[in-house]
Design a protein around this ligand. Structure first.
Ligand code: FES
Length: 121
C-alpha cells in the first residue's frame, strides 16, 4: 500500500458519498462530524458498485440486493435482503445470495493534510 492523495476535503459530499479513483481502485469517501472514511466501491456479493446506494447513519446499502456496510470500517451489517430496492422473502434471499457468506468490504483510514485527503491505497 502507498500513501496516495484521494481527494480534496471540499470535494466530499456532506450528506452522501463521493466516488473517487486512487491507486487503481474505485473508492467511496464519506465524512461525518469532520472525520473522513473510505471503502472500496465494490460490493463483495457480486462485485457491483456501491456508490449509488442509500446512506443512513454511517451505513451504505447496496442498490442491487440490499447488503449494508459501515462506511468507515467496511463491516457488513446486513446481507442480501432485496432486489433493486424491493424486499425479498427469506427463501429468495438464499437463492439471490448465491451461497456467498456475508463479507466486509476493504476500508482505508483517511488522513487529512490541510485541504488534501490521503489514504494508504
Ligand atoms: S451486488 Fe451488492 S448485495 Fe448483491
Amino acid at each position: 500500500m502507498t500513501k496516495t492523495k484521494i481527494a480534496n476535503s471540499s470535494d466530499i459530499s456532506a450528506s452522501g458519498v463521493t466516488k473517487v479513483s486512487a491507486g487503481g481502485k474505485s473508492l467511496i469517501v464519506s465524512q461525518k462530524d469532520g472525520k473522513y472514511c473510505a471503502i472500496v466501491n465494490k460490493c463483495p456479493h457480486l462485485g457491483l458498485p456501491l456508490a449509488k446506494g442509500k446512506v443512513a447513519n454511517g451505513v451504505i446499502t447496496c442498490p442491487f440486493h440490499g447488503s449494508k456496510f459501515d462506511l468507515c470500517s467496511g463491516k457488513n451489517t446486513g446481507w442480501v435482503d432485496s432486489v433493486m430496492g424491493m424486499s425479498a422473502p427469506g427463501w429468495a434471499t438464499k437463492i439471490i445470495s448465491a451461497g456467498k457468506p456475508p463479507t466486509d468490504v476493504e476500508s482505508f483510514s483517511v488522513s487529512p493534510e490541510g485541504e488534501e485527503l490521503f489514504a494508504d491505497v
